[in-house]
Design a binder for this molecule. Structure first.
Ligand code: OFO
Length: 164
């Protein structure tokens, strides 16, 4: 049985993972409407992954005798200043999610909830990957400037294809 404070933080994470999903969906749609098909593909796929992360929390909370709550989500931004700014936002958002996961990890240690601690390890590893792929794209964009955008769009499309 989940302790109430652990359940509450897990439910907070349901909202944060769900918001991540619609944030990336909005970014994907913006990129697609602006002719960046490869980047849009990458972001659509991220949106699906975040939905899966939300579901993992929902199912875990219910499995442990808690009650997962599906919240209303804030409306994500619909316009972005540019692709460099967009990926900067992705990176910052992932860093925020990492900090949020780490808070739950800390609470599970304080509460000696080793099952939830174990459940969270998948997310700890996932965040390392997500921060590093966002960072790699930000670095490429900053290194090459906007003139490499077309090439980068192709590269990201290929990256997505090779992950399938
Ligand atoms: Fe991108 O983060 Fe979920 O966990």
């Amino acid at each position: 049985m989940l302790k109430k404070n652990v359940e509450d933080l897990c439910n907070r994470q349901v909202e944060r993972e769900g918001y991540s999903s619609i944030l990336y969906l909005s970014m994907a749609s913006w990129a697609e409407a602006n002719g960046m098909a490869g980047i849009a593909e990458w972001l659509y796929a991220q949106a699906e992954e975040e939905k899966d992360h939300m579901l993992r929390f929902v199912r875990y909370i219910n499995e442990r005798g808690g009650k997962a709550v599906i919240p209303a989500f804030s409306k994500p931004p619909e316009d972005f200043a540019g692709i460099v700014e967009l990926f900067d936002d992705v990176l910052k958002h992932e860093q925020y999610i990492t900090a949020s996961i780490n808070e739950i990890v800390e609470l599970t240690l304080a509460e000696k909830d080793y099952s939830t601690h174990n459940f969270l390890q998948w997310f700890v590893a996932e965040q390392v990957e997500e921060e590093s792929s966002a960072q790699a794209i930000v670095d490429k964009l900053k290194l090459g400037g906007r003139n490499i955008l077309y090439q980068l769009d192709r590269d990201i499309m290929k990256l997505r294809e090779s992950e399938d």
